[in-house]
Design a protein around this ligand. Sequence first.
Ligand code: KIV
Ligand code: ZN
Length: 510
Amino acid sequence: MSILKQPFFYDITLRDGNQSLKKPWQLSEKEIIFNKLLELNVQAVEVGFPHSSEMDFEACKYLASIAPENLVVSALARCTEADILSVVNSIGHAKKPRVHVFLTLSPFHMKYVLNKDPMEVRKTAIGAVSFASDKIKRANKNGEVEFSVEHFGDCGENLDFVIDTLQEVVKAGATTINLPNTVERTRIKTFVDMIEKVYNALPKHVTISAHNHNDLGMATAATVESYFAGAVQLECALNGLGERSGNTNFYEVAVALHNSGVDVPVDLSKIYETALIVAQMSKVEIYEKAPLIGPDALAHRSGIHQDGALKTKDMEKGAYRPIHPSLIGRKDDEKIGLTSQSGKTAVFEIITKAGYPITIQEAIRLTPFVKEAAEKVGELPTRNIIDIYFREICNVEGPFKLVNFDHIADNKFMVEFNYKDKKFEMTGSGNGPVDACMDALKQAGFERKFLYYKQMAMDEELLGSGAIAMSVIHIEGNDGSKVIGRAIHKNTAVANVKAIFNAYNLIYKA
Ligand code: KIV
Ligand code: ZN
């Protein structure tokens, strides 16, 4: 078991990520990503594969020249002198340059791709590391060599051979040994056990590194567990860019380690803005369900989750999220999406957030209407929910229909209405329209206890049709409960009377 050291984030976006893009980045684009990596405070950047093209050589050269003192700048080379010299010539002038040479040691790959005998492959690896070490140290006293066992994940059957080779490779000058699951074929537990075995077999000055591809979606887990097994260097890519299904996602590893109590030397608050820029520049969209950064990563649609999420909204630990969004610099709140699976909490939250008054009692009443609509169309836009609110809260259908309301004289008002098929034309008197309307209803045989009245000033844009206030009336219901009537109208007296009729309809239609 390893004694935990602080993780060392080695970013491979500009190499493994870049080589997988439909249009690999030019120097100016690489520079933008490089600067984002510096803001994130990564410890090492693999800036490219300089022997792949003149353009990449120039990009590596330039990025090495602007790298800060404490950053390890690395570039990739196959085990050939030409590749290694390209690395030395392009990044040798960085403050801390590293030649990253790789060769497969997997039985399958050595046999079918290299067509070489394992001992011959071992010799090539040792020779390349020795050559790289000599050249980079001549160019720069801080120069170092990393050796990668390509397809290490496939080396279960010849692990002893791999370990013996790595011991020789270390003697030849490699100080970092990178162990990739180049294609994710191996179970995490098996892979991590292999990492641990190599860690235990090599001298302690050697840094063990994990490099996982995400073919089966296990790269984050494999990388995180490799860290706990001794792999201090973690090779990750922004937005999980990389060959096929990508490399290990940088953000997921950093946050998972942070959540495990590890001191992560990365500015996590830069994650979200970085992710957006990388998506834009790589033309690889962030998929809806992407952990941490996806548009849906903060969305709750089931009633149970919505309830828990809202109850813990401002807390650092949330009921249904791994982190507070602000940890990674996300400014958007947890999103409450209303579908047929949602409940009253969502109705209440969405309507309140849109600026309309509603009580939880009203939200409970509205929920079946909203869910019924959502069953047909799926997640309802806020506008549709507000339309239902106006229909079911501000224009309640029922046995009462207000036909006309007029001020006759002094404290007298005419109230013309229907109750079912019966017509009423009453003159009510009172101290204002509310009083007079209640009096008219009493005379017609519909006496009710009046509890409360308020006019709420509201933004005209929210109400529409020239209204600037909402009338709220509370009337006692049959069981002594409070029944709320709301209404809007550009004439406030009419709004008051409509609110009374809305409350009456709720009471009498039951
Ligand atoms: O996936 C891999 O094996 C690699 C090596 C070149 C390190 O990217
Ligand atoms: Zn890779």
